[in-house]
Design a protein around this ligand. Sequence first.
Ligand SMILES: [Zn+2]
Length: 749
Amino acid sequence: MNFNNSSPKQNILPLLQSTSDGWTRRSFVQTLGGAALSAGLLSNFPVAVSAIENSAAKSSSEKNDRPHYRAIGWWLTFDDLTWPNPELMDKIRRRADQCAASGVNCCIVFGAHLRWDFMPLWERFHDELRFVADELHQRKIFLFDHHSATIVHRPRNRDEALDIWRRNRHHVPFYPSRDIAATWEFAGSHLNDWRMLDVETGAPVFVPAYTAEQFCMNHPGFRKGYAAYVKKLLADTGMDGLMSDDMIFYADWRACGCKFCRDRFKCEYGHDLPPVSDTSFWGNRRSQAFRDWIKMRFQTPADFLAEVKNALPRNFPLLTCCSSSDNFYLPSFGMSYQDFIQSCNHVMLEMVGQTPAIEGTWDERVPSQLLHLDIAGKHNAPCFGLGYGFFPDTAFFIWAVNKFLGSDCWFSTVKGRLDASPTELAALADDSELVGEGFNWEKTNSELFRGEAETDTAIFFSRATRDFYSEVIGDYCGDYNASCLNLSRENLPCEVVTEIPSLGKTRCLILSSVMCLSIVQRKQLADFLYVGGMVIATGPNGYYDEQGNPAAKPWLEEFGATVELIEPDRPGNFPPYKNFKTPVELTKCRVPESFQKTFQNGWFDLPVSKGRLLWRPERISNKNTRAAVAALLQSRYQSGVKISGLPDGWMLRQYRDGNRLLIHALPGKVVTSLHPTLKNQMTKQRIVEKLVFTPLVGTVALNSQLKFKSVRLHSPDLIQPHVGSTRSANEWIVETANVSRYFIVECEA
Ligand SMILES: [Zn+2]
């Protein structure tokens, strides 16, 4: 049975459908009749609708023409399993109309999430997706599919089944009985043969958070099977993009002990996977074999995604879920967009939990999102920030947070996680009804959301230190995090970099407990200093190479700093790191008194040719160190504009777009008002319903060495922008009346 033949819109957008010719931006533009879009703008990516809308106004100064998405979740529920019927068709059309009215240009499927569990329904379900895609395409809106490629719900008793209903109802958990699942075959193999196996017991792994089993990304049968599914999905649905989820080892160090993982470890890395009793391997970061096991954990998802990419037309939008690429525990899961990007061409950061948090803060997102923005920027890829909320206030705020940081907004509800009755659920609005204010304002004012971050300061993120050295948060990742938050909370503009830059845009580089530095990186740091760069380092840095082997000479010794390193003894264990008792002792630097005497204001401060190296032995997690770094940066000349007159707690980010500076401002903390009853059953937290903002009063002053022709303050809170006036040669003032939530000052030189 193929329901595609019944699709009335099947031939309207033939160029959108996947074909052997590949799905290209050009085909989409042609399909939409966008002949005005010049061939010169063609990029590697299909253009988003916003770019088509604004092609005429596109500034030549914009470095790239990556699409800008305004995305929401297209939620499916058990009702969708009744497809096809006229009521459902009407409901889809009405929702598509609402998307168009709210300025949405991309819908991303949520639900039917554990896609293998729907195998008997694929064609019926794909036909519905074909219908949704057709309706959205008529309204110039993309449809991306989004599903889990690797996990399957497999409850073992009624309690576990109830747990799925309580916490993961939004998956539309339509799973087979376990004995039936055992008979399922696809592309020549039994699905059960694909399962990840526990390295200790050899039994299939179980993932309690999802009440699930997981398929192994190193299993050739699974790779072949999933590639076949992806081809079928595209042929059946006419989808515009794919988010293929769960490319990680959910059972962490317990996965995976299957034959294919063991064979790969032996063939590619030259090691047998030892039994869990071997503590010279498990949890021992000084073991080359264990570090190789970590390497393979990160490479496995990247390789699996490469097969997915190969199953798709050239340049077809591909992304995968990722809630962090900077956390210390990621080697246990093998999760990092630094690897996913080998095959994906879109980046996403899932902002798990609520935005803002119940406390009203949101900047915990900054370290992860700045890293993802660097990865996206390097690959000229769009970057989605997926935030969850249920009401217009949080939808607006999630949009504003994303625009502030420079990412595209993907807003979504996640109603299946709520302890709500069917009546309470029905009373909650659809995603498409919540986003109109921010999305339409962005659509109308797209020229305000351009440009590159205006800063000469960068924080270096060292994945080698995370992967091959750090075992607990305090070893490195906590310091990376503290470094990002320190600067953003002090309104010191910064970026994150994953490579040591040459002196150019970046003139000041921050290293916070970067234990692993390669010979090449040391040379790059020296070059950066010699030609005039400033390096600010705190805590232990450069005692190991990029593989985690002890360096012949510690990095600082190259600059005459002799420091004793006190490293705690950390025996291996299985599961790794479970035996650590908090607080875990961290590596410290001990500075001889004679050397300490040469310090100035607590800094080892060394001119290096035209540049300057500053170092303190204490980590950035130390409050005094944070204050010292902030004071040092405050004392430097900052390019861009200095703003004064804003209440404490407002955060600022500046972007340069040709002759314009765009200064985004957002409160770092707001007051949240919680829904009287509804709670998220995963986090056990009540959900945020309303946000209370404090209106601004008076004017803000802008000081800059740059000469501006005009200064205008735009805000979704205003009907017309406030126009600024000059107070002196280098100072402008601009009114803030009636603004409380978010504003952008546009300074034109
Ligand atoms: Zn495996």
